[in-house]
Design a binder for this molecule. Structure first.
Ligand code: ZN
Length: 296
C-alpha cells in the first residue's frame, strides 16, 4: 500500500470509529475496536488485544496506542499539550519502529483512552511528533495544531494556555462527556431519550463559576433541548431530583415541543444512574436550583 492510500485508509477508519462513538456518547467498546465496520464490506481491527500498541502488518506505521491510567505503562501524562507515551518495556525497536515511522511519514493515529473494562474513548487524529530516546518515550500531539510545539523546550505563556485549552477540548471534555453519558446508560436524565448523538454532558456547576469539576456527580446526561433549557434556567432540577419548568413556559400555549417536551416534564422525577456514587451531587444541584428559582 502506498502512503497516500494508507493515509486515506486511516482517515476512513477514524471516520467509522467517530461515527460508532457518536452513537454511544463518545466511547466505543472493545468489540467495536476488534471488528470495526468501515463500509464497503470491510472490517478492520483497531487495537491489539494483548498490548498497548497496534501495528497492522499491512500498514507502514502504528494505527493505535492505548492510554491506560491503571495499566503498566507510565503513559498517562500530558505536559504542555503533548502526551507522553512510554516505550514498551524491554523494546527499543520492534513495536517502536512503527511508531517512529508515524513520525517520519506524518501519519495520523488513534489514541485509545481506557475508561473502564472494555470501554475506550478514541482521541483522533493524534500525531507522534518526537522520539525522546533518552527518556524512552514518544511525544504525541493531541491536536494537529500542537504538532509544531514538540521541539520547543519552553513554551511562552500564550502557547502554554493555547496547548492547555486544546488538551481540554480534545481529551478532558470528551472524557467527561463519555463518563457521564455512560453513567446514565445513554439516556437523557429528564426525558430518557436514548440517542447518544443527541445527548450532552451538562455541568451542574459550570467551569466559569469555579467548582466546574469534571466529576460524574457534577454532570447530567441531557438531550440537546433539555441541556439548553437547563442552561437558560427554563428548566430546573431540585436537590430532591425533581424536574421543574419555568412558570412563564407553563403558562404558555404552543405546539408539541413545548407541551410534551417541556411542560410535560414538570414535576417528573429525574432518571439518575444506578450507582449511588455516580448520582448528581445534591449540594451542587441546590446551588444551581437557587438561580433557577431566582429566574422564575
Ligand atoms: Zn431530554
Amino acid at each position: 500500500m502506498n502512503l497516500a492510500d494508507e493515509r486515506r485508509l486511516r482517515l476512513r477508519i477514524m471516520d467509522a470509529l467517530a461515527e460508532a462513538a457518536l452513537r454511544s456518547g463518545g466511547e466505543v467498546s472493545h468489540r467495536q475496536l476488534d471488528a470495526l465496520d468501515i463500509g464497503g464490506g470491510q472490517v478492520r481491527r483497531v487495537r491489539d488485544t494483548s498490548r498497548g500498541i497496534w501495528n497492522p502488518q499491512d500498514l507502514a506505521a502504528t494505527l493505535s496506542i492505548v492510554s491506560s491510567p491503571t495499566g503498566p505503562y507510565d503513559d498517562s501524562e500530558v505536559v504542555d499539550g503533548l502526551f507522553h507515551y512510554a516505550y514498551r518495556a524491554g523494546s527499543l525497536d520492534g513495536d517502536n519502529a512503527k511508531l517512529r515511522a508515524a513520525i517520519y511519514q506524518q501519519l495520523p493515529l488513534i489514541l485509545l483512552r481506557k475508561l473502564g473494562p472494555g470501554r475506550y474513548l478514541p482521541v483522533m487524529p493524534v500525531y507522534a511528533v518526537f522520539d525522546d530516546a533518552p527518556r524512552r518515550r514518544f511525544l504525541i500531539a493531541l491536536d494537529e495544531n500542537l504538532r509544531f510545539l514538540a521541539n520547543s523546550v519552553d513554551l511562552s505563556p500564550l502557547e502554554r494556555r493555547y496547548a492547555e485549552r486544546l488538551v481540554q477540548q480534545r481529551l478532558h471534555q470528551p472524557e467527561f462527556r463519555a463518563r457521564v453519558i455512560h453513567a446514565y446508560q445513554t439516556r437523557c436524565a429528564v426525558c430518557t431519550l436514548r440517542h447518544g448523538d443527541l445527548l450532552d454532558a451538562a455541568h451542574i456547576i459550570g467551569d466559569t463559576l469555579g467548582a466546574g469539576d469534571p466529576l460524574v456527580t457534577n454532570g447530567l446526561s441531557l438531550c440537546k433541548i433539555h441541556h439548553a433549557a437547563y442552561d437558560r434556567n427554563l428548566l430546573g432540577i431540585s436537590p430532591g431530583y425533581t424536574v421543574h419548568i419555568n412558570q412563564r413556559l407553563l403558562d404558555e400555549i404552543d405546539g408539541p415541543m413545548l407541551e410534551h417536551g417541556l411542560k410535560g416534564m414538570h414535576d417528573k422525577s429525574l432518571t439518575v444512574p444506578d450507582r449511588k456514587a455516580e448520582r448528581p451531587d445534591r449540594d451542587r444541584l441546590a446551588i444551581r436550583f437557587t438561580s433557577f428559582l431566582a429566574a422564575s
